[in-house]
Design a binder for this molecule. Structure first.
Ligand SMILES: Cc1cc2nc3c(=O)[nH]c(=O)nc-3n(C[C@H](O)[C@H](O)[C@H](O)COP(=O)(O)OP(=O)(O)OC[C@H]3O[C@@H](n4cnc5c(N)ncnc54)[C@H](O)[C@@H]3O)c2cc1C
Length: 402
């Protein structure tokens, strides 16, 4: 009889694990708490050869994953290129990748509206209990429910998200909404600009309709990191309705004045192409930046993967690739009969890799939080930022990268 796994969380990590385990003949079920299809999370995702390989290995999909840009540049305030670095890369969108990973599952093994609230272990079985009174018993339970996971405490009760001291303002604009002159830069490059104590990055990603990678149909994705101490964050997360949000705020609750302030700051600090991009974004989003480290990813038959185990800040651009690596390496370790013993080896290697990425992401984002009293903030050289942001693991010079 085949082994069975219950996967909690139907996003990137959950779907990579489900695809990889299915390939090994495991019987899997995926349980996602959100009751409607997860399709509208419009972020851009930088990809690497290793991610494309893992997508192919786990889904059989060999298609190009997104749009590409060969060169990374920085711009001065007039919009002229002030630094450049050749690093050909493919950029996809969360929705596109999700659709590729989701394709292999139907409603008989991908369940929406299943919010897992408890986990029970009895002998060689583990049971997930959902708030809709459903229960699911299996040989293994995989917690893949993101940075805010409460279930993580079944594996590592000490790990908790840490606020980085800055937020990312984000948005996407369709290419056909931008002027030709701005498009010449925005559609061809990965762009990084460093206002003091800040960073903004922009690059083209897939569109949403037919022919999503064709120039003209694509979107330009941007993220602007700005310091926000805990008091500023509280103010940013105070909603239109008067509700105080804590970790993030629904777009429709973001107060108009805050967006006006952002647009004004864009006009003061950014090159013209990025001013246009930011101002043409109908609804910018606020993403407070958190990171998370765990010491453990395994407790008998319960495992954490993806952001639920380690969340690096976005500068390493590695969240999805790391989730894919967690899942594919897990499926390799699950091949043998005595897999429970071998999983401790898997855990040690993934914990080492997760800590490495979180630490690297902290280093890359060190100049984006408010400087401490008496601390002089030193901005990095923009060429180093172009060289270090969102690069493949094989291009990072360190023994600890795997
Ligand atoms: C601004 C920004 C830019 C980024 N850029 C990149 C990039 O360029 N490249 C890259 O690789 N990564 C990037 N990332 C990171 C990447 O988006 C994440 O690492 C990745 O989405 C994590 O996937 P996950 O499945 O582990 O978690 P999530 O995507 O958070 O999914 C968790 C899922 O679990 C569900 N869930 C939660 N609780 C329960 C429960 N109790 N029961 C059932 N389901 C539950 C949630 O609804 C959700 O669908 C970026 C992140 C940010 C914030």
């Amino acid at each position: 009889m085949s082994q069975s796994a219950t996967i909690i969380g139907g996003s990137m990590a959950g779907l990579f694990a489900a695809n990889a385990l299915c390939q090994q003949g495991w019987d899997v079920s995926i349980h996602e708490k959100v009751p409607v299809p997860l399709s509208g999370r419009g972020a851009g995702i930088a990809t690497y050869d290793e991610l494309a390989d893992l997508v192919y290995k786990s889904t059989g999909n060999n298609n190009v994953l997104g749009t590409s840009a060969k060169t990374r540049i920085s711009l001065d305030q007039k919009g002229e290129i002030s630094a450049s670095y050749d690093y050909p890369q493919v950029y996809t969108s969360w929705q596109y990748l999700f659709s590729v990973l989701r394709e292999n599952f139907d409603n008989n093994n991908y369940f929406m509206g299943d919010d897992c609230t408890e986990i029970h272990r009895e002998g060689k079985k583990v049971t997930a209990v959902f708030n809709n009174k459903k229960e699911k018993q299996s040989d293994l339970l995989i917690i893949a429910n993101g940075i805010r996971s409460e279930l993580r405490s079944y594996v590592d009760h000490k790990a908790s998200p840490q606020y980085a001291g800055y937020v990312g303002w984000r948005g996407v604009v369709y290419e056909d909404q931008l002027s030709q002159v701005s498009l010449e830069t925005l559609s061809n490059y990965f762009i990084v600009v460093l206002p003091f104590n800040q960073q903004i990055a922009a690059y083209p990603i897939a569109g949403e309709g037919k022919d999503p990678f064709k120039k003209g149909n694509r979107r330009i994705n941007w993220i602007w990191y700005k310091p926000a101490n805990t008091k500023d964050l509280k103010s940013l997360l105070l909603g239109n309705s008067g509700q105080q949000f804590v970790d993030g705020i629904p777009p429709n609750e973001i107060r108009d004045q805050i967006v006006k302030d952002l647009f004004k700051e864009a006009e003061d600090k950014l090159p013209p192409q990025l001013i246009e991009l930011v101002l043409k974004t109908s609804q910018p989003l606020i993403q407070p930046i958190f990171d998370l480290e765990s010491d453990k990813m395994l407790n008998k038959r319960v495992i954490t993967i993806g952001d639920a185990a380690f969340t690096a800040r976005p500068h390493v651009g590695m969240g999805v690739t790391k989730a894919a690596l967690d899942a594919s390496s897990l499926s390799e370790y699950l091949k043998g009969d005595g897999y429970l013993e071998e999983l401790t080896e898997w855990e040690a290697s993934r914990v080492k890799s997760g800590k490495f990425l979180v630490n690297r992401s902290r280093l890359l984002g060190r100049y984006l939080s408010e400087p401490k009293k008496k601390e002089t903030l030193i901005m990095p050289d923009v060429t180093d930022v172009l060289k270090d942001t969102a690069i493949s693991l094989k291009d990072i010079k360190s023994d600890a990268r795997n």
